[in-house]
Write a protein that binds this ligand. Structure first.
Ligand SMILES: [Fe+2]
Ligand SMILES: [Fe+2]
Length: 140
């Protein structure tokens, strides 16, 4: 069964909750991550945090344009005492985001919302870059 506009807005709001959460998580992780081998990724996590905020603004605008109300709920955040574990947590967040944006692109296509689809594709590309940055740092 094809998705309704309501399904679309609900899933966009779920993506928005994850964007808020990932921004918060990246700010915390970039501040506390330690170890010489994580020096460059620590700075990169600040870049990610700012990009997640930019994604949140884009998603909130798309929701509003579609006639929905953008949420202020925040999805689950994870912290750790261990630098490698933090990066694993960040990687998990990126995998969730990538899966969600792929689903949103399909729904946008079904709904003939081509402008929103384009925005989702641009965000997806950045999430894939984030995943690559973290995987490189983890030596994966
Ligand atoms: Fe994002
Ligand atoms: Fe991301």
């Amino acid at each position: 069964m094809p998705s309704t506009k309501e399904d679309f807005i609900n899933k966009l709001n779920k993506a928005l909750e994850w964007e808020y959460a990932s921004a918060i998580q990246y700010i915390q992780h970039s501040a506390v991550i330690t170890g010489a081998q994580y020096d460059s990724i620590s700075k990169e996590l600040v870049v990610h945090a700012n990009e997640e905020i930019a994604h949140a603004v884009l998603v909130a605008t798309a929701i509003s344009d579609l006639g929905g109300v953008p949420t202020i709920e925040v999805e689950k955040r994870n912290i750790s005492d261990d630098s490698k574990t933090m990066l694993e947590q960040d990687l998990e967040g990126e995998e969730i985001a990538i899966k969600l944006y792929k689903e949103l692109i399909v729904i946008a296509e079904e709904q003939k919302e081509y402008g929103v689809r384009r925005v989702m594709e641009d965000i997806l590309m950045q999430e894939e870059e984030h995943r690559r940055d973290i995987m490189n740092s983890l030596g994966k």
